[in-house]
Design a protein around this ligand. Structure first.
Ligand SMILES: *Cc1c(COP(=O)(O)O)cnc(C)c1O
Length: 402
């Protein structure tokens, strides 16, 4: 049997919506993008959402919007995808990496120790779709207000460290009965091909800024900034008599095209009505199977405060080395099951190693990584395939452990 890791979920509704866009005579940013933004706002409950061409550029946009640049520090977890730290570097700021908890997410105690008078933002990452400790993080930025030095117009208004969540995995996840999106000042979702909802490539920046910010006004600013700082988008300019525009900011070119937004427009209602529940069913199938195995560390899915979006099933094997884990993966792969590792901690990667980050400083990140194997999780998986996956994993682990 051959089981891919994460094929996109493309049904007739997606094909119809994309075809509609292709036949409409308008394929870049326009009505489909607006529709997708409205859907994110409607389902997640956030006041405003801007769609962009990736989560990475969405994170950069949020950092730039807050006036973050050279000399500033942004706290990120050492255990994440590289984009979290690269977005910080792309705006010229310094990523300050901190260690994580055994649930894979950024440690609030480690954040507290890392805050300095240069800290401008904290970027929590909901690894695998499991929400971070948002209230504790929000409390921390309030408590550290006296250290904060405002250096831009937006910083003067907020007057504290901003929380910009990298929720690439977490659309549909819940924290204290609120969807992730209502849990940080700005939340960035990813619609990359492997994420829970996709537009092939894409991202969404959801605004949840406190008073006295007007989220609609900040959305308008960001929308303009995401399109070269141009006062009119191409759709408006294309109308008769609409040719004249101005450039008012040194913006980026990171808008989402309609033809891609169409995929998300079709997926979003299905995701919230049944696909998310299907992911949870698969997650629970794995939980029920592996919780009876003495060698398994099962990942978190639900507690009194948090509900995962079940983006990844991050299984860990007790007391194994990195080499043993790699051997288990080889065995599983040879049986046709594609698995993955989420993530290699950033200090293990050449770029960050060369910048001076040392894995020894992030013992939990390394511990989580060395025994982790991500199993396939997507709505197309059948009961028969799931059985094959758990049996293959069990055989591989047991043959490698003895
Ligand atoms: C996928 C991912 C991103 C980047 O998303 P893009 O839309 O591909 O830019 C950022 N952070 C994490 C944790 C991710 O998994």
């Amino acid at each position: 049997m051959k089981i891919p890791f994460s094929p996109p979920y493309i049904n007739q509704a997606v094909i119809d919506e994309v075809t509609d866009s292709l036949k409409s005579g308008w394929i870049t940013t326009g009505p489909k993008v607006k529709k997708l933004e409205d859907l994110v706002c409607e389902y997640v409950g956030v006041p405003n959402t801007l769609c962009v061409n990736s989560a990475t550029s969405g994170l950069m946009l949020a950092l730039k919007w807050y006036g973050i640049g050279p000399g500033d520090e942004v706290i990120v977890p050492a255990y994440t995808y590289s984009a979290t730290a690269l977005a910080v570097m792309h705006v010229g700021a310094t990523p300050v990496m901190v260690d994580v908890n055994s649930d894979f997410n950024i440690s609030v105690a480690a954040i507290e120790k890392a805050i300095t008078h240069k800290t401008k933002a904290i970027m929590p990452v909901d690894i695998a779709g499991w929400p971070c400790d948002y209230d504790e993080i929000q409390e921390l930025v309030e408590n550290k207000k006296s250290l904060f030095k405002a250096e831009s117009e937006k910083q003067t208004v907020l007057n504290r460290i901003i929380t910009i969540a990298d929720a690439a995995h977490a659309i549909g996840a819940k924290y204290k009965n609120r969807y992730v999106g209502l849990t940080a000042d700005i939340t960035v979702f990813s619609f990359h091909a492997v994420k829970n909802i996709t537009t092939a490539e894409g991202g969404a920046v959801s605004l949840n800024l406190p008073e006295p910010f007007n989220n609609q006004e900040e959305y308008n600013y960001m929308r303009c900034f995401a399109l070269n700082g141009q006062t009119k988008d191409a759709f408006t300019k294309s109308k008769a008599g609409g040719w004249k525009y101005d450039i008012i900011y040194p913006g980026m070119k990171i808008n989402m095209p309609d033809v891609l937004a169409a995929i998300g427009v079709a997926q979003m209602p299905e995701y919230f009505s049944h696909i998310l529940a299907k992911r949870e069913t698969i997650y629970n199938y794995y939980q029920d199977y592996f919780k009876t195995k003495s060698w398994a560390i099962i990942p978190p899915c639900k507690n009194a405060n948090k509900l995962s979006s079940c983006h990844l099933y991050a299984l860990r094997i007790k007391d194994i080395t990195e080499e043993q884990r790699d051997a288990i993966i080889d065995k599983i792969s040879s049986e046709g099951v594609a698995v993955n590792v989420h993530f290699q901690p950033l200090p293990l990667l050449t770029l960050f190693k060369n910048m001076g980050y040392k894995i020894e400083d992030y013992p939990m990140a390394y511990d989580n990584f060395k025994s982790e194997i991500s199993l396939p999780i997507y709505p197309q998986l059948t009961e028969h395939e799931l059985e094959y996956i758990v049996n293959t994993v069990e055989n591989a682990v047991e043959s490698c452990l003895c």
